[in-house]
Design a protein around this ligand. Structure first.
Ligand SMILES: [Zn+2]
Length: 432
């Protein structure tokens, strides 16, 4: 190992207390989403901190995106530090929102308590610990190697937990993630400090509605029950669709193991009268339902084509229409995201892998996420494909009570991120 690599690893270790304090500060800002509170305060904090290292920053409000309002504005911050000469840009993107607290905590969810080398609180693991690690890595790098080429960017973005439309999607639409501006993106989501997440499966959400004819419940033969038609849809899914999905496997290294196949969740199912309000003590009216609705959440593999994923469900409904008297339906597409997987030979992947083997003395595991995260917007809207998720924290702890992040894990991944900056910006990615 060269001197400067050793120097960087040592200096990150020296900043242990600073890393703890930074993580605690971030956790003590309760940026709960929904509804999406405190975004501006945390963006101000990040900008203030990074401006001391001569980062320029921009505050970007995602006007008119879902959830944005005067009361709950969707603020994002993008900070950029230019090097001494032209080169490539490495961008660390972290979401600043956290999910609701829920029950079962034995620590203060916004206290940021340090107990036995772990910092506790909502968002410690997902993903303020990752954000803090990337900040320490970038600060140490620019302090030690101010002559570097290219640029380092750090963004704090809104709304990842609710789809990222007021966050990374909006920034991508504004040109912040074009391949001309940014060449490498690392999202420090909690994937464990020795795993590189290359991408995610595809998603297809749709609503199916079956139609019937309203009548008095005592004479159902005068009507046509939409719930029975929907029952036939479920039966046909059980008979043909679910077994077909379970039989499809992927070459993508998806974790956990069960997600290596194609899956579909029936997200919701409603038919007939709406659920009565709580406290209502009356009886339901005798009615044959004329509408039933189902929302499906289909997760698909890189080997499957988006149009086939949709076509397979439409074909199932068409089969029922041909076989079942009076069956009619409508099908509404809700949203779709294609699967994505970054090339293992791309510079950001090979440099992070090298960093992991240097810092942890082992080869990394390569994984693909069963669900999506903000990489989808960088990939699809930004057209920037050199993107991975890599960060400290244990994935299973995300969204749980007594969520925590280990200080040693944060230091380990900060060291890897720092080495990646040396490789891509100080030594020059192209020279190797
Ligand atoms: Zn997250």
């Amino acid at each position: 190992m060269t001197d400067r690599r050793e120097k960087l690893l040592e200096e990150i270790g020296n900043r242990r207390d600073e890393l703890i304090a930074l993580t605690q500060d971030l956790v003590r800002m309760p940026t709960l989403n929904p509804p999406g509170v405190g975004y501006r305060e945390i963006c101000d904090y990040l900008a203030h901190r990074l401006s001391k290292r001569h980062f320029d920053f921009e505050f970007v409000r995602a006007h008119d995106t879902p959830g944005d309002s005067e009361k709950y504005p969707r603020w994002n911050v993008v900070a950029r530090r230019e090097g001494a000469k032209p080169g490539e840009c490495v961008h660390f993107n972290s979401h600043i929102d956290v999910v609701e607290v829920g029950h079962g905590w034995t620590t203060d969810p916004f206290g940021g308590e340090l107990i036995d080398g772990k910092i506790y609180g909502r968002g410690t693991c997902d993903m303020k610990g990752g954000l803090a690690a990337s900040i320490i890595a970038a600060e140490v790098f620019v302090d030690l190697f101010p002559e570097f080429a290219g640029a380092v960017e750090i963004s704090g973005t809104a709304d990842e937990e609710t789809g990222g439309f007021g966050g990374v999607a909006y920034l991508a639409e504004q040109g912040f993630f074009t391949p001309e501006r940014v060449q490498h993106v690392i999202i420090p989501e909690p994937l464990n400090k020795d795993r590189i997440c290359l991408g995610h499966r595809g998603v297809f959400w749709a609503e199916i509605e079956t139609h019937g004819h309203i009548a008095h419940g005592s004479m159902p033969f005068l009507g046509d029950c939409a719930v029975r038609h929907m029952g036939a849809v479920v039966a046909e899914m059980e008979r043909s669709l679910f077994p077909a999905l379970a039989a499809r496997t992927t070459e993508m290294p998806v974790v956990p193991e069960g997600a290596k196949q194609s899956t579909m969740n029936i997200n919701s199912f409603h038919g007939g009268l709406p659920e009565p309000e709580e406290g209502f003590t009356g009886f339901p009216a005798a009615i044959v339902p004329d509408s039933a609705r189902m929302i499906i959440d289909r997760r698909y593999l890189i080997e499957e084509k988006p149009e086939e994923v949709r076509g397979e469900i439409v074909a199932l409904l068409e089969r029922l229409k041909a076989e079942r008297p009076k069956f009619s339906y409508t099908f509404n597409d809700m949203w779709q995201v294609a699967p994505t997987m970054t090339d293992r030979n791309s510079p950001v992947v090979t440099r992070v892998a090298k960093g992991i083997s240097e810092v942890m003395g082992k080869e990394p595991d390569y994984v693909v996420s069963p669900g999506t995260y903000d990489q989808k917007h960088i990939d699809r809207i930004g057209r920037m494909h050199n993107c991975i998720a890599y960060g400290p924290g244990i994935l299973d702890l995300a969204h749980q009570p007594d969520e925590y992040v280990g200080v040693e894990d944060m230091l380990g991944s900060a060291r890897v991120m720092g080495l990646v900056l040396i490789d891509l910006l100080a030594d020059g990615a192209k020279g190797q």
